[in-house]
Design a binder for this molecule. Structure first.
Ligand code: 5AD
Length: 352
């Protein structure tokens, strides 16, 4: 698809065009990544954060947040639960927490990899090359780091750097790739100041980066953040942070990056508790990340308000999810569920 085609599909002129886009995304999803829905257990291991991202509810300056950092044995218990529920991957997500030291995380990864059959995905923010390397050496399989928006000026505005000389997220994504990680990134949809041209550029960026996983979720204003306190933008080319807009982006990203893994995100489920995730699965997505964070920590990980899954225990959510998948006629994935994009990349590397 050309850049102008991508731009065009984000603003369909008529309902029929929109439905046609969803049908195409669903067909490409089926042909390229299959019917399986891969399940990844998400554990929010720490909400300490040294950053001041203007959109995020666990930013360092938000003093009302009760901070926690899980112990290794607590994370291992979550991993056992993931295995019991039949999930193939554990995702360790946290704020940018210096208390999650290189050695402690490496040790945890080694234990997870030796005591379970799980793939381990890290989502621990912008970390030093030595840390990313140590964690990869310890056996981590994947790393998630969203670039949030391809509009550099907007990105700088909402995401103050910790140090002026820190590598930007695109540089980090390149480093992760060189280290041999399966690499995931993505954006928020409808950040104030994000235009339709920006969103089309986001899709192109995803394609250029040749990502293995792409997470797309609506921006949800948090009242305790600088961006959440700003009135919504009334600019005519402002991308809405709506459910429908998220589906358009999901479908667009499936067409732009056909062989990648795409989750139906928690942020989408927050906009539509009943149908958000299942509609996402019918419009390009092929991954769900059920939350396995112990119940006592969940309400402390409020990156945006009303976050779905704060009150539902993992076993209950799992039962509901499996019923939904059965109704859609989609099997839950078996094994670790690496993306075809990654498998192909690795195959090429092995042949060289
Ligand atoms: N609304 C929606 N998504 C958010 N994230 C952080 N804050 C918000 C918000 N207010 C997303 C970012 C981050 C991911 C972990 O959560 O895209 O990369």
């Amino acid at each position: 698809m050309t850049a102008s085609e991508l731009r065009k599909l984000l603003q369909p002129a008529a309902e029929a065009e929109r439905l046609d886009l969803y049908a195409r995304a669903d067909a490409v999803r089926r042909a390229r990544v299959g019917e399986e829905v891969h399940l990844r257990g998400l554990v929010e291991v720490s909400n300490y954060c040294s950053r001041q991202c203007h959109y995020c509810g666990i930013r360092a300056d938000h003093r009302e947040v009760t901070r926690y950092r899980m112990r290794s044995d607590e994370v291992l218990q979550c991993a056992q639960l993931a295995v019991k529920l039949g999930y193939g991957t554990l995702v360790l997500q946290a704020g940018e927490d210096p208390g999650l030291t290189r050695d402690a995380v490496a040790h945890l990864i080694r234990r997870l990899k030796s005591e379970t059959p799980l793939a381990v995905t890290l989502s621990l923010g912008e970390r030093a090359l030595a840390e990313l390397k140590a964690w990869r050496d310890a056996g981590a399989d994947r790393y998630l780091l969203r670039f949030e928006t391809s509009n550099e000026e907007l990105y700088r505005r909402i995401h103050p750097p910790l140090r002026a000389d820190a590598p930007d997220r695109f540089t980090l994504l390149g480093m992760l790739r060189d280290l041999g990680y399966e690499v995931g990134s993505g954006v928020m949809i409808g950040v104030p100041g994000q235009t339709f041209d920006d969103a089309a550029r986001d899709l192109e960026r995803c394609r250029e980066l040749d990502l293995d996983m792409i997470g797309i979720g609506p921006y949800l204003p948090h009242p305790a953040t600088p961006l959440g306190q700003r009135p919504p933008s009334a600019a005519p080319d402002q991308v809405p942070n709506s459910e429908e807009m998220t589906y358009l982006m999901l479908a667009g990203v499936r067409l732009a990056c056909p062989a990648t893994n795409i989750p139906a995100t928690t942020a989408l489920a927050t906009l539509n508790a009943e149908g958000g995730r299942t509609s996402g699965l019918q419009r390009g997505a092929n991954v769900i990340m059920p939350n396995l964070t112990p119940m006592e920590y969940r309400r402390c990980y409020e990156i945006y308000p009303g976050k779905r899954c704060v009150s539902e225990p993992p076993e209950e959510y799992d039962a509901r999810l499996r019923a939904q998948l059965a109704a859609l006629g989609r099997p839950a994935g078996c094994g670790q569920g690496a993306s075809p994009n990654w498998q192909q990349r690795r195959g090429i590397a092995a042949a060289q």
